[in-house]
Design a protein around this ligand. Structure first.
Ligand SMILES: [Zn+2]
Length: 883
């Protein structure tokens, strides 16, 4: 694999330079001959010039050995083409011609896991974004759509299953124990959706009857011995198929839908047409091997990839700047699905937490970029939470502005108008406008402007006229390349409460009284007056998080408590609790910085006590209400991050809560123990386990041997039965320097040492430990027999957790955490630049650290810049961070 060395500055690609493809490809026939030493790929395609004046055909290709090229069945001579490390140019081509190219590749040496590679004994592909050029020379861009047939030839015993996109149309036997199959995909597609898998699998079979009565075969392929772990994923496929029919009228279009679970995979999963390829992490689950959180992820990711069949595959992106066209929209669809099959309030809390902890820091840092970026060096760096999660929030904003009925009409129009095309975000927005008659001009700014808008709200009540006025002022800080921001179109869902906690009736836009009003912010300042308001109300603002913004309102403590207890919007109940806790924590952080003694206000613990005693509360919501804002979220609220102060304040509050509410937590723990029959994944059981384990985390903070024994007891009892309880106990113990910790880690490893996916949890829990020797432990674990730098899941579990979730130990004042990560990234970059770039992110966010830490972080980035041969991926992130 040749990567451009950073010393030759890699080229930047701009959206404004987009030009239509110069050729169309009528059809593409692929033939793969797979052997242990070498794979031969023969491609045959029919090409037409779009414009007769075009002279040459330029194809992309990387890490390929060219064997031969024939045009219209004549072998080309070396003077008829030009070959570089990344391009094949066929000179002076006719208007219409056929081209046959034969190349050889070595999948077994492909550690980038892009293109065709080996995962154990299996051949597998990953082509998004630009992996197809590592399989053969091609017009590797998403707006070149064509019909594919794929013939695969391989050893019958080693590779009994030979899979590709579409429908299986022929198969046969060959000499030397070999066999072949031929797949044909009736739908035109871009090459990033091509897939091939060859290996030995176990197969879980099922079927689905579509709304029009078609019978679809459902296949999940997995390594031997894991079939019993595929049922959750199979159920998720069926639920997703039903949901997409009911909510979007979208039916599956091929006769077979296949999923293959693979151990070595850079990302979560890939939506290749008819043949989704998944990281095993998002398929395999049994109560003793997967946590409740894993179960929910599996449902969500399976649904996400399935939903891509319409939002991504049938209608695809014109170019990679439009990535959010498919990803933002599909995340929105998977979020809506998960909310429907779980709980709307709890799902929303989860989504917003993720957005705030990951996307908000990105949007405030050196890598901030619009949801539709204007330029990139390495597209794989743009699979970001901004493109995905903020992109999903924009779709939600559009849905809120249009209302559900018009939004659905817009989706219907988008599907009928653009089926089979490669389109832009602009095409999507226009379909929404045309179907609804609404003007979304200002809404487009959400795609163009980076940064998180801040809305400051003030209120005024006039008792004489009974008028209540809210003044909302919006602004947004500069981001790289965007010093000034225009005001955005922001929908703020609002309700008003009286002092008894009752919702007040409001005059809504359509003239009828209602309980909620959507305030539409378009100017820098917006004033809204509510009439006939009998008393000064308590506003519930930005309900259900109706826009991806930061909102400030100066609530009194009593008002927050009222919203926590009475708001009818579950999300805003949680939000009020977070504002309350965040305010307290920020005050304690300031006190700590002034070296004054910390004091715990009794009111806060009393509030939590009353919540714990409220038996009506949804247990998952209660668990969220009892959980303090994360370190990352608190850091977002500080001009200069003070790692020690954040940690000290948070631990102080947690310990005080645990001490004051010990009896309540203990009772809660006992009330929610699930018996053996309760291990099954149901929402009621999930809620019980979650609440019990939140109680356990608090109890384990107390220096009481009996409670620590309780933690270890839960670990031992649940180890053969239930991973949720096992991991909760292990997580609690992992922060304590006690013999039970070492014992539990050893017991876990002994039980699961032969299950790589489960050992990832063991790596992650150690990397997240708050104990002072965590870094040396992590370093030691990189040499552990179970660690493998070539397996992305291992890297994410150990290195990713340490860098991205262990703020205290990663940001050690002496810079040892930075040094370790910097060195690791350089080592990994040579093998897998995509995963290396994902690990780099915590080092790029140095600007908000104190000057000493910032200097140490920059020193690591500068070492990378001086290292010969770093990948474009790393080069782009480092230069943007240091700019
Ligand atoms: Zn996706």
């Amino acid at each position: 694999m040749t990567k451009t060395p950073a010393q030759n500055t890699p080229a930047t690609i701009y959206l404004k330079d987009y030009a239509r493809p110069e050729f169309t490809i009528e059809k593409l026939d692929l033939e793969f001959e797979l052997t242990a030493a070498m794979t031969t790929v023969k491609s045959t395609m029919e090409l037409h010039k779009v414009d007769a004046t075009t002279q040459h055909l330029v194809l992309q290709g990387e890490a390929l050995e060219l064997i031969s090229i024939s045009m219209n069945k004549n072998i080309l001579l070396p003077e008829q083409y030009r070959l570089t490390a990344t391009q094949l140019t066929i000179l002076a081509v006719p208007e219409t011609f056929s081209l046959e190219i034969i190349v050889q590749i070595k999948p077994q040496e492909n550690t980038q896991l892009s293109g065709l590679y080996r995962s154990g004994a299996t051949f597998v592909t990953q082509c998004e974004a630009e992996g197809f050029r590592r399989i053969t020379y091609f017009l590797d861009r998403p707006d070149v759509l064509t019909h594919y047939t794929t013939k695969i030839i391989a050893d019958r015993h080693q590779y009994p299953h030979l899979l590709s996109n579409g429908n299986l149309v022929a198969k046969g036997e060959l000499e030397n124990q070999r066999h072949w199959v031929k797949w044909e995909d009736p739908f035109r597609k871009p090459c990033y959706l091509f897939a091939l898998v060859a290996g030995q699998f176990e197969l879980l079979e099922d079927y689905f009857i579509t709304q029009s009565g078609r019978r679809i075969l459902l296949h999940i392929y997995t390594e031997k011995g894991y079939l019993d772990q595929c049922h959750c994923a199979m159920q998720a496929v069926k639920k997703a198929m039903t949901w997409d029919e009911e909510n979007y009228g979208r039916e599956y279009d091929l006769d077979i839908f296949m999923i293959v679970a693979i151990s070595d995979f850079n990302s979560g999963a890939m939506e290749n047409k008819g043949l989704n390829i998944f990281n095993t992490k998002y398929i395999l689950a049994k109560p003793d091997t997967a946590t409740d959180e894993d179960y929910i992820y599996i449902q969500t990711v399976v649904a996400h990839e399935y939903f891509h069949n319409w939002t991504g595959n049938r209608i695809t992106c014109r170019d990679w700047f439009q990535l959010s066209l498919k990803e933002g929209l599909t995340v929105f669809r998977d979020q809506s699905f998960t909310a429907d099959v779980t709980d709307h309030g709890v799902a929303r809390i989860y989504d917003v937490n993720k957005l705030r902890n990951r996307q908000f820091p990105e949007d405030a840092g050196p890598l901030a970029h619009p949801v539709r970026p204007d330029s990139y060096i390495e597209i794989s760096n743009f699979y970001t939470t901004t493109i995905y999660e903020k992109g999903a929030e924009i779709i939600r904003v559009i849905q809120t502005l249009l209302g559900k009925v018009l939004f659905r009409r817009g989706m219907d129009l988008y599907f009928t108008r653009h089926d089979g095309q490669a389109v832009t975000i602009e095409d999507f927005v226009r379909a929404m406008e045309d179907a609804s008659g609404m003007n979304l001009t200002q809404c487009r700014l959400w795609y163009e402007q980076a940064g998180t808008p801040l809305v400051k709200v003030t209120a005024d009540y006039d008792a004489a006229t009974k008028r209540y006025t809210l003044t909302l002022e919006q602004g947004c800080l500069p981001t790289p390349g965007q010093p000034y921001k225009k005001p955005m179109h922001i929908p703020v869902r609002t309700a008003l409460f009286d002092h008894q906690g009752q919702t007040l009736l409001l005059d809504t836009d359509d003239g009828r009284p209602g309980l909620e009003k959507i305030l539409q912010l378009k100017e820098i300042t917006t004033t809204v007056t509510f009439k006939n308001v009998p008393e000064r109300p308590i506003p519930s603002l930005l309900r259900h998080f109706s826009a991806p913004i930061k909102l400030q309102f100066d609530y009194s403590e009593e008002e927050l408590v009222l919203l926590i207890k009475h708001d009818t919007d579950a999300f805003n109940r949680w939000e009020a609790s977070q504002i309350y806790a965040q305010r307290l924590l920020l005050e304690l952080i300031a006190t700590y910085q002034q070296k004054r003694p910390l004091q715990m206000p009794e009111k806060f613990t009393e509030l939590l006590r009353s919540l714990l005693n409220d038996k009506q509360l949804n247990k998952q919501l209660l668990s969220a209400l009892l959980t303090l804002p994360s370190e990352i979220y608190l850091a977002e609220h500080m001009a200069v991050v003070d790692v020690e102060a954040i940690f000290a304040a948070r631990e102080f509050v947690k310990l005080n809560i645990a001490t004051a509410l010990r009896a309540e937590f203990f009772a809660t723990y006992q009330e929610n123990v699930t018996t053996e029959t309760g291990i099954i994944f149901t929402l009621a059981n999930v809620g019980k386990r979650q609440l019990k384990n939140v109680a356990l985390q608090y109890l384990l903070l107390l220096p009481d041997p009996a409670l620590r024994k309780l933690g270890h007891q839960q670990f031992v009892t649940s180890l053969p039965l239930n991973m949720t309880d096992t991991m909760a106990a292990l997580r609690g113990l992992s922060h304590l320097a006690i013999p039970e910790r070492e014992l539990a880690l050893e017991q876990f490893y002994t039980r699961w040492r032969h299950e790589p996916l489960i050992i990832d949890k063991w790596f992650a829990v150690q990397a997240a430990s708050l104990l002072p020797d965590t870094l040396p432990q992590v370093e030691r674990l990189t040499h552990h027999e179970a660690f493998d730098i070539k397996n992305p899941n291992k890297v994410y579990a150990l290195i990713g957790t340490f860098g991205q979730q262990n703020m205290l130990r990663f940001h050690a004042a002496d810079g040892a955490g930075y040094h370790f990560l910097g060195k690791f990234i350089l080592q990994l970059d040579k093998l897998n630049s995509n995963v290396a770039a994902r690990m780099l992110k915590p080092l790029t966010e140095w600007r908000r650290q104190d000057s000493s830490r910032a200097a140490l972080m920059c020193a690591q980035l500068e070492i990378m810049m001086r290292t010969p041969g770093i990948s474009n991926d790393i080069y782009e992130l480092v230069t943007k961070s240091l700019a």
